[in-house]
Design a protein around this ligand. Structure first.
Ligand code: NAG
Ligand code: NAG
Ligand code: NAG
Ligand code: NAG
Ligand code: NAG
Ligand code: NAG
Ligand code: NAG
Ligand code: NAG
Ligand code: NAG
Ligand code: NAG
Length: 355
């Protein structure tokens, strides 16, 4: 009896050791400015434990490009590091799947985003902290604007530190910087983008209890804000079973709506709304709707059950038919065969005997 109790105790201890979640600790700044370096240190890893860094529950591409790197400064410690924070680095990090805690990194953007459409011209970008009369250098993707648009002088002009667009053309979209040097040396970052659009598939069907995954596509550039409406509630961030994930392929945060365990009540309109600035929605916001259909869990089973029923009915018919046929054959053999067959052996034997 005592032995049995000991065994049960040992068994539960063993199970507990398997299912115990790893108590790792994270340290590092939780908020970082765009373009600045950051690092997250994970401590308390057990010897031999696999280190797999994930962001929002997924492995991330920047590890293979070297944009984010992993270091192992000492035993049980893993450090995640980047020299330049980008908006895509924002999210919840874990160093091991066993850890139930995660570390949320927020990237504060310094890039000012301006939508350039023909309704926006002339559009002005002002270099921060420039002093009157100071010459400032405006660059587009590292090339001086004066050089880049040398043959299109009427499109853009720089006057007293202000860059003005007089035309809306896709060639003008891109990343701009300006440097001041006179009393404070500082750099301002701008991104000039086309009007954002939101595109969803017309409708989507999910079986009750399964997962909904829908991607908001369209003309999006880093810095786009995406708001979702699902089951009558709006979401700017993940909450409970509703997750707003990064579209890794396009590098757009929150463009993927992911909802676990879809219920019948969830059916209806799913809305994706996009804008770069919720205060500037005049004609710089777009929105679209998809119809979510939720299928009965058994609905998928009906065709199968139908086939089963068909097979049963067929089998029944065949059985009944066979039974009937056997019966009638028996009856036939009782009536027809007896006069024909029964006497023959007798006759034969008679004949043989006679021979
Ligand atoms: C994690 O931090 C807590 C509180 O700061 C501390 O009590 C615990 O020992 C730490 N665990 C590890 C594995 O460092
Ligand atoms: C992690 O697990 C511990 C112990 O099981 C629990 O107290 C804690 O609330 C969990 N944390 C999260 C974020 O789930
Ligand atoms: C630049 O210098 C002038 C005079 O020294 C000063 O008044 C002004 O505040 C400075 N500008 C900035 C942005 O620091
Ligand atoms: C502008 O910067 C963003 C973020 O770094 C980048 O994804 C994009 O490709 C850049 N645009 C151009 C035209 O280089
Ligand atoms: C502008 O400033 C940045 C950062 O201070 C510097 O790296 C860059 O070389 C400067 N560019 C020019 C054209 O002065
Ligand atoms: C402009 O100056 C202010 C005050 O010195 C500073 O906080 C800010 O970062 C500067 N802007 C840029 C783009 O450097
Ligand atoms: C989401 O952001 C928009 C714009 O800032 C705001 O109007 C709305 O209330 C927010 N929704 C939630 C659920 O926070
Ligand atoms: C769902 O969206 C469609 C198309 O925009 C609209 O006609 C319909 O009224 C919406 N239904 C509800 C319940 O909001
Ligand atoms: C948007 O407007 C609100 C209230 O008018 C203001 O507090 C907020 O700073 C504004 N946001 C931006 C990005 O301009
Ligand atoms: C979204 O953009 C498309 C394409 O520019 C346009 O046809 C549609 O009317 C816009 N919808 C809203 C709600 O702004």
């Amino acid at each position: 009896m005592k032995k049995q109790v000991a065994h049960v105790l040992l068994g539960t201890l063993y199970l507990a050791s398997i299912y115990t979640v790893q108590a790792v600790n994270y340290s590092g700044p939780r908020e970082v400015l765009e373009n600045q370096p950051w690092s997250i240190v994970c401590t308390g890893l057990k010897a031999g434990e696999k280190i797999i860094w994930t962001r929002n529950g997924q492995q991330f591409e920047e590890l293979s490009t070297g944009d984010i790197r992993v270091f192992k400064p000492e035993k049980g410690v893993s450090e995640l590091k980047s020299d330049h924070a980008t908006e895509l680095h924002e999210g919840s990090y874990k160093c091991t799947p066993n850890s139930n805690e995660s570390f949320h990194l927020t990237v504060k953007t310094v890039t000012k985003i301006k939508v350039l459409t023909k309704d926006d011209v002339p559009l002005k970008l002002e270099c921060e902290n420039h002093t009157a009369g100071e010459k400032v250098d405006w660059l587009k993707e590292g090339v001086p604007v004066s050089e880049k648009f040398a043959e299109k002088e009427e499109w853009v002009k720089v006057t007293d530190g202000v860059l003005t667009f007089f035309k809306s053309d896709h060639e003008l979209h891109g990343n701009y910087t300006c440097n001041t040097t006179a009393n404070v040396s500082s750099t301002s970052f701008f991104r000039v983008v086309p009007k954002p659009t939101a595109i969803l598939q017309k409708s989507v069907s999910v079986v009750e209890g399964e997962k909904l995954t829908i991607i908001c596509k369209g003309n999006h550039h880093p810095g786009i804000k995406i708001m979702w409406e699902f089951a009558g509630k709006t979401y700017n961030n993940s909450e409970g079973r509703v997750k707003l994930l990064t579209d890794e392929e396009r590098g757009i945060n929150r463009a993927v709506l992911n909802v676990e365990n879809i219920e019948m009540n969830d059916r209806g309109n799913v809305t994706c709304t996009v804008a770069y600035d919720w205060n500037d929605t005049a004609n710089h916001m777009n929105s679209t709707v998809s119809l979510l259909r939720v299928k009965d869990k058994l609905a998928a089973l009906w065709p199968f059950l139908g086939i089963c029923a068909e097979v049963v009915v067929l089998c029944a018919i065949i059985l009944i038919y066979e039974k009937k046929r056997n019966k009638s054959e028996l009856e036939e053999s009782d009536t027809d065969q007896s006069p024909d067959t029964k006497p023959t052996p007798n006759k034969d034997s008679d004949v043989r005997q006679r021979k």
